[in-house]
Design a protein around this ligand. Sequence first.
Ligand code: FCB
Length: 436
Amino acid sequence: MFPKDFVWGAATASYQIEGAVNEDGRVPSIWDTFSATPGNVENGDTGAVACDHYHRYKEDVALMKQLGLKAYRFSIAWGRVLNGQQVNQRGLDFYSRLVDELLAAHIQPWVTLYHWDLPQNLQDEGGWTNRAIVEKFAHYADVVTRALGDRVKHWITFNEPWVFTYLGYGIGYHAPGISSLPAYLSAAHHFLLSHARSVPIIRGNSPDSKVGVTLDISQPEGDPRAVARQRDFHNHWFLDPIYFGEYPQELFTVYQEMGYLPDIQDGDLEAIQGKPDFLGINYYTRQVVEYDESDPLHLTRWVHQPESEYTEMGWEVAPESIYRMLKYINDRYAPDAMVITENGAAFADEVSDDGQVHDPRRVAFYDAYLRNCLRAIQEGVPLKGYFAWSLLDNFEWAFGYSKRFGIIYVDYETQQRIPKDSAKWYSQLIKRNGFE
Ligand code: FCB
């Protein structure tokens, strides 16, 4: 059995499901620009229509209610609610209606402020590499939490800073498509400042709320030298400043010698340090690593595990590793609370002749990962909730619609939703608050 008040949810993100990109005053985001550029996204897919959730949110909330979800994690599209400094009331109203719909269904809204869809007009001024973004983000956080803070009591400032700064600015695999390590480190520093700057604003506008941040924790396993570097690079670079008020020393020196360090001003690290109310963790897979001297920065080579099962993303199914990851993060940072804000798997789902979607591999995936979460809880890890990624099949970034992560199948031609077997399984698990 899971703890009595354990939060069971499912997650999505604005650009991946909403569609309606030109409606009610929304301004373009870097993902509109990036996906419109040939070669960036598989199949030339874009989020222009996606799951049409903007128009179908009532139907989607009804499905969540039917499944018995206790919580729903979604993100706000910055460019729907602000055009520059100008508030767009129609955009805010959409989220306000969604929140009311959820509350009426007794589902807690968990809101992510930034899940990667930066307004293009801010990218035109340098985006996350321009320190001015800190005040822009603070304003955005203020506008959203003033409008929704009376009803929303769980806030996540950012989703996966390593992904949007490194993949977006460091190697150009995600929007805005820039490949520069100094740009990456500057974006990462401004993320840290923006997160810290927004926390007191959110708390002020949303009394009695919990404010957290979500990271994609990497779990390297193998050669200790490679493990140490990979953890510094992917995890500690973001979490040490927040929990300890400092960057990890060894990697800091490496970046310094390469001349990559961002402009870190007096007082920045003091400002960044501060325990969030909860640490959100997105977790999918581990990386088995070997030491690789030919890469002086990362020192790491990933090794394929021939005996393991892999998902459509090419990610190893490694359920025990979520247990080890939770223990390591708990030992290092002792967070007051932890929440798995994403976990799930992409498989090549199809609608069967009976009109249903049978996804036994996804059921087995969830079952095994959740058993390992429970084991961590039983050993004292303060894990307070779990969100399946994703509620719906959706726009999987650079992979477009080719990867299906939903517990609900989406037919993109008709926008029909079909709860998969995994959704029914999850629903039963929630009802029992544990395994059979
Ligand atoms: C995470 C993202 C989420 C989704 C999953 C599969 O990195 O936060 O939007 O794409 O991966």
